[in-house]
Design a protein around this ligand. Structure first.
Ligand SMILES: [Zn+2]
Length: 126
């Protein structure tokens, strides 16, 4: 899997950030829900089930971009620390996570990737 998982995750986060930016073209504010209506700042749309309206409003582009930034920081922390080329060869001679020392990809990285498991480009373990 090596760096395939990192490249895959960065591509998904880039796609999501691009989409969020396109949904907030004028930076008008925060999406909100009231009953069956979602206020998208530029327009109100109604007819949603109230729970769905709340769910849609929760995916406000500004909030989505903050979440993407947080995921990018997590991804950066959990970088690959390869055994090969390390002047102090790890005692167990394995690639591991530079943040937690777990075998790489670590559980945190796999958790970041898990929502995309059904994506056609999801890297499979070999
Ligand atoms: Zn880690």
């Amino acid at each position: 899997m090596n760096e395939d998982l990192v490249r895959f995750l960065k591509a998904r986060l880039d796609e999501e950030a691009d989409l969020a930016r396109r949904c907030d073209g004028d930076g008008c504010g925060t999406w909100s829900a009231r009953g069956h209506t979602v206020d998208f700042c530029q327009v109100n749309l109604s007819g949603f089930h109230p729970a769905i309206a709340l769910h849609v409003a929760l995916h406000d582009p500004v909030r989505a971009l903050r979440e993407i930034d947080a995921k990018r920081r997590i991804l950066a922390r959990h970088a690959l620390s390869p055994a090969a080329g390390d002047p102090e060869l790890p005692w167990d001679d394995r690639d591991d996570c530079q943040f937690d020392g777990e075998p790489w990809p670590c559980d945190d990285l796999l958790d970041l990737a898990s929502p995309y498991a059904d994506h056609p480009d999801f890297p499979r373990r070999s």
